[in-house]
Design a protein around this ligand. Structure first.
Ligand code: BG6
Ligand code: MG
Length: 212
């Protein structure tokens, strides 16, 4: 095993909540009359809730107060949480579960490094509430990806240095964060071809070969 620890992004890596983020933002954007599509949504991957809202409002023709923005972020999160209630253990793919089990059996420490403040709720719904050795999320950092803070926090919680950890990401902002923190990165999904990543995964299960 090439790495002592692996730090996983959550949305779009361990589960497909990235689509629920899109649906919830889309409902808000439609209500405000702001254009928003899946391509715009890719810019929000890995980005915190408030920073995501700022990106969406770039296309708005009016300015909003901080209070209005906080209400919009809460509206989006309420819609997102309603969608999250649909998640059950059956939404954890067999490929993800078996890959995580194999990596652990190889002696690898496993952590989550996500910008989401909903991380504990999602992990619980997926049946992964007690699975990881460390969870660093949007509740314990102040700087959003591409800042490396959340991954550095996860490595620290694992008691490992970035040099012996691999980060798995589906967001360009996340790949940038990993590299800035001194981590090797395996990129998948939207960020798969990011040249800054050391590995380019077509599927989550390819992690096993990448880390051999
Ligand atoms: C990241 C998602 O994991 O979490 C972003 O990729 C999202 O799209 C961010 O904005 C914050 O999530 P939450 O659940 O705290 O609104
Ligand atoms: Mg992601």
């Amino acid at each position: 095993m090439r790495y002592e620890g692996i730090i996983f992004d959550l949305d779009g890596v361990l589960c497909t909540t990235d689509h629920y983020h899109y649906l919830a933002w889309k409902a808000l954007a439609d209500r405000l009359g702001i254009p928003f599509n899946e391509t715009d949504n890719n810019r929000l991957r890995g980005v915190s809730r408030m920073a995501s809202l700022e990106i969406i409002l770039e296309k708005s023709d009016r300015a909003y107060t901080l209070e209005e923005k906080e209400a919009m972020a809460a509206e989006k999160n309420d819609a997102y949480r309603r969608l999250l209630h649909q998640i059950t253990r059956a939404d954890l793919s067999r490929e993800v579960q078996s890959t995580l089990d194999r990596l652990r059996a190889q002696g690898c420490k496993l952590a989550v490094g996500s910008a989401s403040k909903n991380t504990p709720f999602i992990l619980e719904r997926l049946g992964l509430g007690d699975f990881f050795d460390a969870v660093a999320d949007g509740n314990c950092v102040t700087r959003s990806k591409p800042d490396p803070e959340v991954f550095l926090k996860a490595a620290e919680m694992l008691g490992l240095s970035p040099a012996v950890c691999l980060v798995v990401e589906d967001a360009h902002a996340g790949v940038e964060a990993a590299v800035a923190g001194g981590f090797a990165c395996a990129a998948m999904g939207d960020a798969k071809d990011d040249p800054r990543a050391a590995y380019h995964l077509n599927a989550f299960g390819e992690l096993l070969q990448a880390t051999e």
